[in-house]
Design a protein around this ligand. Structure first.
Ligand code: HDE
Length: 677
């Protein structure tokens, strides 16, 4: 995977805007070369600064205005460029060129995010993750603004400000940051039962992903495909990572918030720099119009998913992330997504959450990016030409030539003119709608617990344990006993035993009745059924001078071919010397490394003369074992297993020839964790 691909079309467009300042003289923004940049203009060396120092004023004014408002939600994000290729034409369902033309690779830009925390919060907080993709298609920009959880808290967008207020830091003291473990959130949960299903997901391992590269994405809302015959189909979008869907443990995510608050950023950035390009397959669940009422839930209800066992996810293409950004602010911060950025062949449904989203995204860009011309910012510009009579406004960059800026006109031959559908003009699907104007929720939206139970039923034992732990932690932090009680009473509607265990853990009365009668499960929801591979997993190789040189070199070569990413940890940074003249570069030591930063650990030598190293190495191993990670040890390294009492434990690999050992280790790493410990 290591060959870098050609820069794609969007990249060529961005090139016009890239400025490389290196090797140039420093100038003011007006292009004036400056002979001094460190000293203000003063009257005498100890005298006052002069008003006429235009250079000082320009430099300071620009600095004073460097910040823009962060996103209200999804403030902390990280993005990369990529490309999308289609496996097979979906022309039966949609006329969108991006989903019918298999010959073209479409440039894309993807921004991952957490929802709750501020821009400077830590990556691994328990939260949903945003997974927003901009496709720069020849028919205009198409945005698939997705999350890594397939359902949402609420059914009607008018409640969005309420749910967001409730999970953000409490308004009187701005505590806690990037956490739902507080009274306001759980008060909202208990009093808005429609969020029960989403809250089960938020309490699950899905909310603490191992990596952006190991996360599914879901369009959540039901959209429409429309084909050339104007026939429509309901569609739900899915992203499936080729590395599988994997999570951190809660304790790991906690520790990482301190040890590496940029854990997910580093992981994505480094993978792309190494040439391990992250890949996600695009899947669609397609439901014919006539099947709209075939389900035991409403397709327009965003708190529901369509189980994959009922409507299979058809894989239609692949997204590959191939390039990191050049400039975080210009690209990641200024990118503006909107579920209403569609192309012909993709349309909306009446999902009341989606309808609200169609309003909100443009509105938020106006304040965030400072005016109506944010589509002109390089990262947001379509690669196809765009023409209309919109003019002026803050930060306008286009110099529209000519005096005609209205439609209809005769002076410019009535151009720009709307395109008929045959020429690619967008035509809304002619859905028949009728009804009285009401503020009311459809009866078909009232079952809040069946799918929450379906999710619970689909979890494996460890996944269930983690959900209980998460509820117990979060509700345990809630000060109001009444709110704690209300929540266990609410979740008793999902599963009585679950609610009873939580109640005992958080010191409230266990409910005695309740529980949803749903017994079915959806195996696709369990992360134990995902793709398993050792590719790109990080291995801590703990080694000190005098290691068996040829052996370790051999093992590292085999791992390299299998795609593992070893990191050498020794007493000191720098060269570690093994037998037969083998030398390795230790890039970490026990000051900088920690077991939570790795997927597996390999102990190569016995104890060192350095007591601190020995103590930390023993702790490292103990923690890796507790976190159910693969452990390898050979030769003197096996002594560590004795010290930590780990001989013959599951996921502990010790024997065989060099290649057998290396292979068994890879197989063990591919399991992600050894739950049978
Ligand atoms: Fe968003 N959402 N959202 N959302 N959303 C925003 O737009 C909103 C919802 C999602 O990386 C905002 O540019 C409403 C569901 C992502 O830049 C804002 C409702 C899903 C991102 C907004 C929802 C999402 C946003 C804030 C309920 C999953 C980050 C900044 C009716 C399918 C995009 C911005 C990026 C961002 C509104 C619900 C995904 C305020 C009103 C459901 C990935 O406009």
């Amino acid at each position: 995977m290591s060959d870098k691909r050609n820069q794609n079309e969007k990249d060529e467009q961005l090139e016009i805007f890239r400025v490389r300042d290196k090797g140039k003289y420093l100038t003011t923004n007006q292009g004036l070369k400056m002979s001094e940049d460190e000293l203000s203009l003063t009257a005498g060396v100890r005298g006052p600064t002069l008003m006429e120092d235009f250079h000082f004023r320009e430099k300071m004014t620009h600095f004073d205005h460097e910040r823009i408002p962060e996103r209200v939600v999804h403030a902390r994000g990280f993005a990369a460029h990529g490309e999308f290729e289609l496996y097979e034409s979906m022309e039966r369902y949609t006329k969108a060129k991006i989903f019918t033309d298999t010959t073209k690779k479409v440039p894309t830009f993807v921004r991952f995010s957490t929802v709750n925390g501020a821009r400077g919060s830590a990556d691994t907080a328990r939260d949903a993750r945003g997974f927003a993709t901009k496709f720069y298609t020849e028919e205009g920009n198409y945005d698939l603004v997705a999350n890594n959880i397939p359902v949402f808290f609420i059914q009607d967008g008018i409640k969005f400000p309420d749910v967001v207020h409730s999970f953000k830091p409490e308004p009187h003291n701005d505590i806690p940051q990037a956490s739902t473990a507080h009274d306001n959130f759980w008060d909202f949960v208990a009093n808005n039962p429609e969020n029960a299903h989403m809250v089960m997901w938020i309490m699950s391992d899905r909310a603490i992903p191992r990596s952006f590269r190991m996360m599914e994405g879901f369009g959540v809302n039901t959209f429409r495909f429309v084909n050339t015959q104007e026939e429509a189909f309901f569609v739900k979008f899915h992203w499936k990572p080729t590395l599988g869907t994997h999570s951190l443990l809660w304790e790991e995510s906690h520790k990482l918030m301190g040890i590496d608050p940029d854990y997910h950023r580093n992981d994505l950035w480094n993978a792309i720099e190494r040439g391990d390009y992250p890949e996600y397959e695009l899947g669609v669940q397609i439901v014919p119009q006539e099947d709209e009422f075939k389900f035991d839930f409403d397709l327009l209800d965003a708190t529901k998913l369509i189980p994959e066992e009922e409507v299979p996810v058809k894989i239609i293409g692949k997204l590959t992330l191939t390039k990191n950004v050049d400039n975080f602010f210009a690209e990641t911060e200024q990118v503006a997504f909107h579920p209403g950025h569609v192309v012909p062949g993709i349309d909306f449904t009446n999902d009341p959450l989606l309808q609200a989203r169609l309003f909100s995204y443009t509105d938020t860009q106006l304040i965030r990016l400072g005016g109506p011309n944010f589509h002109e910012i390089p990262i947001n510009r379509p690669i196809c030409p765009f023409h209309n009579n919109q003019r002026d406004g803050y930060h306008r960059q286009t110099i529209n030539v000519g005096k005609v800026n209205y439609h209809r006109n005769s002076l410019a031959n009535n151009t720009p003119v709307p395109a008929p559908p045959e020429e690619g003009g967008y035509k809304h699907y002619e859905e028949k709608v009728e009804g009285k104007k009401v503020r009311a929720r459809s009866e078909s939206f009232t079952d809040h617990f069946s799918q929450a139970k379906l999710f619970w039923n689909s979890m494996s034992e460890p996944e269930k344990r983690h959900i209980i732990d998460a509820f117990s932690f979060e509700l345990g932090k809630v000060k109001s006993k009444s709110v704690r009680q209300q929540n266990v009473d609410l979740f008793a509607n999902v599963d009585l035993e679950l609610a009873q265990i939580i109640a005992r853990n958080i010191g409230v009365k266990p409910p005695t009745q309740g529980g949803s009668p749903v017994t079915k499960a959806s195996p696709a929801l369990s992360q134990l059924n995902t793709r398993m591979t050792a590719k790109t997993r990080k291995v801590a190789v703990i080694v000190s001078h005098g290691f068996n040189g040829p052996f370790l070199k051999n093992v590292l070569d085999i791992w390299d071919k299998e795609g593992l990413v070893p990191e050498i940890i020794s007493e000191d940074l720098g060269v570690v010397r093994g037998t037969n003249g083998v030398e390795l570069e230790a890039t970490q030591n026990m000051y900088t490394a920690d077991s939570v930063l790795y997927d597996a650990v390999f102990m190569v030598r016995g104890s060192s003369d350095d007591q601190m190293f020995n103590q930390k190495a023993a702790y490292f191993l103990d923690e890796a074992y507790r976190h159910k990670k693969t452990i390898g040890a050979v030769g003197g390294g096996k002594k560590w297993l004795e010290v930590n009492n780990l001989i013959n434990k599951p996921g502990v690999v010790t024997d065989g020839t060099t290649s057998e050992f290396a292979k068994h280790f890879v197989e063990a790493v591919a399991k992600h964790r050894h739950w049978n410990r």
